[in-house]
Design a binder for this molecule. Structure first.
Ligand code: NAD
Ligand code: UD1
Length: 347
């Protein structure tokens, strides 16, 4: 047993809940902080069913410094933090930019301030490949230039990375690993936890599964006039369980003092790109279910193609995405079916 206490902010959310499962399975103790602005407390039931352990949970907003202080006084043996909590809807961030700057930046600065005060040395931060914009070269390495963000959401990730880097430089006791995720998809193989967007999904895979199950009438494929083999845009889709496991490796690197620099950045992707039509075709093949779709115009702000060069994470972290695209899509489908059968009615 590792027996070390890890604070997971945003731990009832999509990626957070899968990471909590992996942490518990590796013998860590976990405490979750989440204000449930984009998740539900019953996610804890799913985590408990999978692991046999119900993690400690504290419901408050990380922008609330009084609540954070009270929490850290009660939980005074936290060894490291994985900071997932943030708003993540690109479209909403364009409509309400201040909501995004306020939540994503203030919660981060509160946490960094608290880490210093409470002597918590290590943090893993959720960043995104959105910081690369439309890259000049593919695959994208960590040294590719950070570009102007296409949305306020994307900008909060760029600014967050800068805030962390400046903060790390200003003192000697805190270390951070920023993980730049490409496109996480899928669900836990049990189908007991997964991604459940509130309202109409913005991301592709939840839209595919909701269309397949009949909750949405038709999937819109945003553009088939890109400079790609089938004309649809290309992304690097990775299984959320692979992504969750990368957080364990990152935490262990910090706990074991193996970081080369106090601030490190890693790309997390498979190294392969798939087009929107390839996602639909693979989904249909592995599930046997047809997806009703139509080609429409491009979505403003979308880039044409991006996929990761994950070599640095492969070599330095010893981490590699293991699952196939088919496995990831099948798990997303299993979760969608479980959600509609067991959870939706209870809303
Ligand atoms: P999510 O919305 O499912 O989870 C985020 C959780 O944080 C939610 O449960 C929400 O209630 C909570 N939260 C938000 N603001 C909070 C606050 N102020 N105080 C307390 N809790 C708060 O999102 P996710 O997909 O799991 O993403 C996790 C992280 O990874 C985010 O930082 C996101 O920006 C980043 N990321 C996600 C993707 C993706 O495709 N899902 C890609 C790149 C980066
Ligand atoms: C988007 C965000 C990115 C964020 C990520 C995770 C934009 C421009 N980028 O990435 O900042 O980190 O989500 O939340 O929004 N698609 C369709 N039909 C749909 C939905 C999507 O064709 O109904 C296409 C998109 O055009 C894109 C691909 O599917 O080519 C993937 O889209 P999506 O899942 O939204 O992810 P990104 O756009 O890559």
């Amino acid at each position: 047993m590792k027996n070390k206490l890890i604070l997971v902010t945003g731990g009832t959310g999509y990626i957070g809940s899968h990471t909590v499962v992996e942490l518990i399975e590796q013998g860590y103790e976990v405490v979750i902080v989440d204000n449930l602005s984009n998740s539900e407390e019953r996610v804890l039931d799913g985590i408990e069913k999978i692991t046999g352990v119900r993690p400690a949970f504290s419901c408050f907003d990380l922008c609330d410094t009084t609540a954070l202080e009270k929490f850290l006084t009660a939980y005074n043996s936290i060894r490291a933090i994985i900071h997932f909590a943030a708003y993540k809807s690109v479209g909403e961030s364009v409509r309400e930019p201040l909501k995004y700057y306020q939540n994503n930046l203030v919660s981060l600065m509160n946490l960094l301030t608290a880490m210093k005060k409470h002597h918590i040395p290590d943090m893993v931060f959720s960043s995104s490949c959105t910081v690369y914009g439309e890259p000049d070269r593919l695959p994208v390495t960590e040294s590719a230039p950070v570009k102007k963000a296409a949305s306020p959401y994307g900008n909060t990730k760029r600014i967050s990375e800068e805030i962390i880097e400046d903060f790390i430089k200003s003192q000697t006791k805190i270390h951070t690993i920023a993980l730049r995720y490409f496109n996480p998809i899928g669900a836990h193989p049990t189908g007991l936890i997964g991604e459940h967007p509130i309202g109409e999904p913005e991301n592709l895979v939840p839209y595919v599964t909701q269309t397949a199950i009949g909750v949405r009438k038709q999937l819109k494929v945003f553009g088939n006039d890109y400079n790609t083999p089938d004309g649809t845009a290309i992304r690097d889709y990775l299984h959320v369980v692979d992504l969750a496991r990368a957080h364990i490796v990152a935490i262990e690197r910090m706990l074991d003092g193996k970081q080369k620099n106090a601030y490190e950045v890693f790309n997390l992707g498979t190294g392969h790109g798939n087009s929107v039509l390839e996602i639909i075709n693979t989904f249909e093949k592995v599930t046997g279910v047809k997806v009703n779709y139509v080609i429409t115009k491009r979505r403003p702000g979308d880039i044409e193609k991006i996929w990761a060069d994950p070599t640095y994470a492969n070599k330095e972290l010893g981490w590699r995405a293991q699952s196939t695209l088919g496995e990831a899509l099948l798990s997303a489908w299993k979760w969608e079916q479980y959600y509609r059968k067991h959870l939706e009615k209870k809303n």
